[in-house]
Design a protein around this ligand. Structure first.
Ligand code: PLP
Length: 401
């Protein structure tokens, strides 16, 4: 890693960052270190606090592992962050930040709509630990600023938002956070570091489900939290070593292998998603398409400013979603009717508005109207994979027409 030129481009970094030929064998590809324990030269130490890491970097895989470290280094470089911690899943990374960084009496502002797991965690778990939560429509910075209180410690947003593909102006929210001495965390799973780099836009923390674009092949769960080194060092002990949600070295290795092609994959995902979005927008059975690359997206201007390519995620509204979803299960020949996203295979899933409101917050007035505009009666969430775009359009046409 240290030998890489300082001005190396994103594709070079995706291939080489965090890696180097093995010093003993000369192996060009990283080896997987599956060992859970490492021999020690200290006869008595038994807690991580007793070890001097400069002497003995590895003791036990829950405390640190060479393959996991390589993944963390690669992600840190790609995201432009000071530090990175890898976890067993995206939810382990999210819960590590929320439960490790916040304390009873703290106030958290979250997006009214989020990935259902995160929304349920903030709605059900955090209040049990005395953490107050306020949901807001984060597409309007005025709602975010109005919700800030004296005890607000963190604002946690998603952009683009799962599943309605609404964006947040990360730069504008980061400025508000700085003015009020509040930290900003962005779940950037739908974008990946190739499409959006929230830390460069002023965010303090970035969360990724590595299970999605970063791993890219639908065969390894993982998560990452990126941010300032001092905070992550504290979270490492409490939220990683003690809660124990560490990633398997095998998954870390698979995800690293996926990252080598991330910039190329994201270009292909973005190009195909644009073609599929345009096809859907002109389809008589489709009422509305939410894709940041379309001029019809209400926040297309934010996408042009804050995204590089528009990723492969889109959602669309149809007349009778549940009936079409039922038809898709047997009728689709290429796209898999399945949850998850960011894989080389295209995936589609129907998410009803009642389901979104069940897991997320129920806002009222202007903010509810904003949500309804994107969600309608529900959305088909489509993760455009790496197949030929024309084949994907044909597959969708078969079940929509
Ligand atoms: C935006 C977002 N964040 C976090 C997660 C959780 O990731 P994982 O399934 O790896 O725990 C998901 C999962 O779908 C997601 O879509």
């Amino acid at each position: 890693m240290s030998k890489l030129p300082k001005d190396a481009g994103p594709q070079t970094l995706a291939v080489h960052a965090g890696e180097a030929p093995d010093e003993i064998t000369g192996a060009s590809s990283p080896s997987i270190v599956m060992s859970t324990t490492f021999t020690t030269k200290d006869a008595e130490a038994f807690s991580i606090k007793d070890f001097d890491e400069s002497d003995m970097p590895y003791i036990y895989t829950r405390w640190g592992n060479p393959t996991v470290n390589q993944l963390q280094d690669k992600l840190r470089v790609l995201e432009g962050a000071e530090s990175c911690l890898a976890f067993a899943s995206g939810m382990a990374a999210t819960s590590a930040l929320l439960l490790g960084y916040l304390s009873p009496g703290d106030h958290l502002i979250v997006s009214d709509v989020q990935y259902a797991g995160s929304a349920e965690l903030v709605r059900h778990t955090l209040p049990r630990f005395g953490i107050e939560v306020t949901p807001v429509d984060t597409s309007d910075v005025k709602h975010v600023e109005t919700a800030i209180r004296d005890n607000t410690r963190l604002i946690f947003i998603e952009s683009p938002i799962n599943p309605i593909i609404r964006l947040a102006d990360v730069e504008a929210i980061a400025e508000i956070c700085k003015a009020h001495d509040v930290r900003l965390a962005v779940d950037s799973t739908f974008a990946s570091p190739v499409v959006s780099r929230p830390i460069e836009l002023g965010a303090d923390f970035v969360i990724h489900s590595l299970t999605k674009y970063i791993g890219g092949h639908g065969d390894a769960l993982g998560g990452a939290l990126l941010g300032p080194g001092d905070v992550l060092m504290q979270l490492n002990e409490e939220a990683l070593i003690h809660y124990g949600g560490v990633i398997s070295p095998f998954n870390a290795w698979l995800i690293m292998r996926g990252i080598a092609t991330l910039p190329l994959r994201m270009q292909a995902h973005s190009a195909s998603a644009m073609q599929v979005a345009e096809f859907l927008e002109s389809h008589p059975a489709v009422k509305r398409v939410n894709y940041p690359g379309l001029q019809s997206h209400p926040q297309h201007d934010i996408a042009l400013r804050q995204m590089s390519g528009f990723s492969g995620m889109l959602s669309f509204q149809v007349e009778d979603g549940p009936a079409i979803a039922a038809r898709m299960i047997d009728g689709l020949r290429i796209i898999h009717y399945a949850v998850s996203l960011g894989h080389h295979r295209s995936l589609i899933y129907w998410i009803g508005t009642d389901q979104i409101m069940e897991s997320s917050y129920r806002l009222e007035g202007e903010q509810l109207a904003g949500f309804r505009e994107y969600a309608g009666d529900g959305v088909m969430r489509l993760s455009v994979g790496l197949e030929d775009a024309a084949d994907l359009c044909g597959d969708l046409d078969r079940v929509l027409s």
